[in-house]
Design a protein around this ligand. Structure first.
Ligand SMILES: NC(=O)c1ccc[n+]([C@@H]2O[C@H](COP(=O)([O-])OP(=O)(O)OC[C@H]3O[C@@H](n4cnc5c(N)ncnc54)[C@H](O)[C@@H]3O)[C@@H](O)[C@H]2O)c1
Length: 455
């Protein structure tokens, strides 16, 4: 393991030396500004398009519509049906995709259609498992939004359905297909930051919509909303438009900040590190500001212990989410190793590496003085402090790549990057995080076997 790491570090340094030569000869490097070197990230994926794929959307709300638009922007894909429990969304679907689009309140009617090859499941979280399993059993390929499941107990059924049916199943944390995540994975493998020991991620927002206070349509009523179906797999209650249109705030339907947002960071981190996940989860937080009847905190911190594995050394992860963030708000994922760090987004990676020995390091100067040794005044050649890898202009982005990945797997019978096992391993620590918050306790998890550890 140690040998592999120092080999990969040598690879990285060798590669950087070649690239430094490219700076001098005007190779693939975009620009050299101050101490930041910029590289272009190129999308090498082929656009192999054979058969048309007919898709249907189940859950035609905000993300479902975005997903369908992205899916349709890839070649050879046609929209044939949309399902939703609110009539307004079905009308919007016809307005957007034509009056011939088949629309229904009943997802099983979509699954019975022979002309549907694949479905996008973009309902609230409490419907993901059931619809995905039913869809695969009905012979459809499935693109299911994150988190893959609503509770830790629901994952195995999705994994089993995928295995039994052989259908392509992709979870929708689209960042994992992005150039940025791909580059970070490559850099980590090459030893660019040395041995990983820590990672952190952050989501910050400060607006009503950012904090899930979505507008409620004026015509919302038991006539325009199929409330009985909506709650048919959870607690029975009278019609409540808040619980339908602002479902993220309630645990019967949503999974709180961790299921909604941390899950993206877990997905990217696991993709970059090839990790199966943490073995210990602890979270704390509170409801500080958005006291609108919600059942979930608006400030949440999670800490996660990743055990040493064949793929990576032991490391710690800290995730935070704040919906009352008085700064401009930001989102990031950072990986820190013994020799540097990487800030990872979907279309860039900023790599910062330690200088060999910094002559202006006050600690170093003090130590040398104490030892009575001269500091030496000969100037040295320093490596760049920062290397920025950026996607080429007109890069279509992670969401596009994620659908290309899904459709390519359907056409070629190949693999997706985020299948049911990957999706469950990303969802599990996110779901355990909310369980930890609610029960005020640390939770142990076996990430390889995907099982809770009872103590
Ligand atoms: N990947 C991402 O970046 C991303 C971003 C936002 C949301 N999401 C995910 O997408 C999903 C939907 O989120 P959203 O923001 O679009 O919510 P939304 O409320 O805008 O849309 C959900 C839609 O599902 C419909 N619905 C509810 N139950 C249904 C059922 N049983 N059958 C058919 N339709 C049903 C609702 O009427 C609604 O129109 C969630 O799982 C969420 O976590 C992912």
């Amino acid at each position: 393991m140690k040998k592999n790491r120092s080999d990969s570090r040598r690879n990285f340094i060798k590669k950087m030396a070649v690239s430094a030569a490219a700076v001098a000869t005007g190779g693939n490097v975009m620009a050299k500004e101050n101490k930041t070197v910029h590289y272009k990230l190129k999308n090498k994926r082929p656009a192999d398009i054979n058969d048309n794929i007919n898709i249907a959307l189940i859950g035609s709300g905000g993300m479902g519509v975005q997903d369908a638009i992205t899916a349709l922007s890839t070649p050879g894909v046609k929209m044939v049906a949309a399902c939703d429990l609110y009539d307004g969304r079905l009308k919007e679907a016809k307005d957007r995709w034509g009056k011939d689009l088949f629309t229904t309140r009943h997802y099983k009617e979509v699954l019975m259609r022979k002309d549907v090859d694949a479905v996008i499941v973009a309902t609230p979280d409490h419907w993901h498992q059931q619809i995905s399993v039913d869809a695969m059993k009905a012979g459809k390929h499935v693109y299911c939004e994150k988190p893959m499941v609503h509770s830790i107990t629901e994952g195995p059924a999705v994994i089993q359905a995928q295995k039994e049916t052989g259908k392509i199943f992709q979870v929708g944390s689209q960042g994992v297909s992005s150039l940025g995540n791909e580059k970070a994975k490559e850099l980590l493998k090459e030893g660019a930051i040395g041995a990983l020991n820590y990672a952190e991620g952050f989501w910050a927002r400060h607006s009503p919509v950012g904090a899930w206070q979505y507008p409620i349509p004026e015509d919302a009523s038991p006539e325009t909303v199929d409330w009985e179906t909506y709650i048919s797999n959870t607690t029975k209650r009278p019609f409540d438009a808040m619980r339908f249109f602002r479902w993220r705030n309630y645990l019967d339907y949503g999974t709180g900040m961790s299921g909604d947002l941390f899950v993206h960071l877990f997905s990217s981190l696991h993709f970059i590190t090839n990790s199966y996940g943490p073995d210990k989860v602890y979270s704390s937080g509170g409801l500080r500001y958005w006291k609108d009847g919600r059942e979930v905190p608006d400030v949440l911190l999670g800490t996660f212990d990743y055990p040493e594995s064949k793929m990576h050394p032991a490391f710690n992860l800290s995730l935070r989410c704040n919906f009352v963030d008085g700064t401009s708000g930001t989102t990031y994922l950072k990986l820190v190793g013994s020799e540097g760090s990487m800030d990872v987004t979907w279309d860039s990676v900023v790599l910062k590496r330690n200088k060999e020995t910094a002559s202006d390091d006050p600690f170093f100067i003090e130590q040398m003085k104490k030892a009575g040794k001269p500091l030496g005044d000969r100037k040295r050649i320093l490596p760049p402090e920062e290397i920025k890898f950026e996607a080429e202009k007109n890069y279509k982005g992670g969401p596009y790549d994620h659908f290309v990945n899904f459709f390519t797997a359907i056409r070629n019978g190949g693999q997706v990057v985020e299948d049911a096992i990957f999706g469950y391993r990303a969802a599990a620590p996110a779901l355990l995080c909310i369980d930890s918050y609610n029960n005020d306790m640390a939770i142990s998890w076996n990430p390889e076997k995907m099982q809770l550890i009872k103590k």
